[in-house]
Design a protein around this ligand. Structure first.
Ligand code: HEC
Length: 140
């Protein structure tokens, strides 16, 4: 009886811990970015006119998807400093697709458009707060 209670409690605790860890993985990077003085409007800009193929609303939605899904393994740093050509972005995103399994295909396509229109050789690298700027890549 006691043993079964214990086992049940453990199950509940590990489930709760799992949820807490998942939440931390999602929330901590976003909060860190804000705490470090990231100017989202400058680094992930969206304007009234179109940027690339995207309207302002599509741009804003893609930006939110990036901030929500692309910062659990690494910071935004390698993303916004990338300056890739469209082909280079496609080459990165194709194998990266499996890293964001919860993102819908249509949303992933919009994220790709956003990245190609913002972080390319024509645009200057956005200025990041020093704490963020020095962050690099995790091992593959
Ligand atoms: C599950 C973990 C994970 C997630 C989520 C993730 N990445 Fe990555 N990313 C990595 C790892 C590991 C590397 C370094 C190795 C590599 O390039 O694949 C990396 C590297 C990168 C690079 C640098 C590659 C280069 O050579 O310049 C960019 C840009 C990037 N990711 C963008 C993104 C974007 C955009 C998203 C969201 C759609 C994303 N990442 C989500 C793990 C992740």
């Amino acid at each position: 009886m006691t043993a079964r209670c214990g086992a049940r409690n453990f199950g509940f605790l590990s489930a709760a811990l799992g949820v807490a860890l998942m939440l931390a993985a999602v929330l901590v990077p976003a909060r860190n970015a804000a705490a470090q003085g990231l100017d989202v409007e400058k680094v992930f800009w969206c304007t009234e006119g179109k940027i690339g193929d995207q309207t302002k609303d599509q741009c804003l939605a893609a930006r939110e998807n990036i901030l929500d899904n692309c910062t659990s393994c690494h910071a935004i740093t390698p993303i916004v400093k990338a300056q890739k050509t469209p082909d280079q972005w496609s080459a990165l995103l194709q194998p990266h697709r499996i890293k964001v399994p919860d993102m819908a295909d249509a949303d992933f396509a919009e994220v790709g458009k956003f990245l190609k229109a913002h972080y390319n050789p024509q645009n200057p690298v956005p200025k990041l707060p020093p704490e963020l700027d020095k962050l690099g890549l995790p091992p593959a």
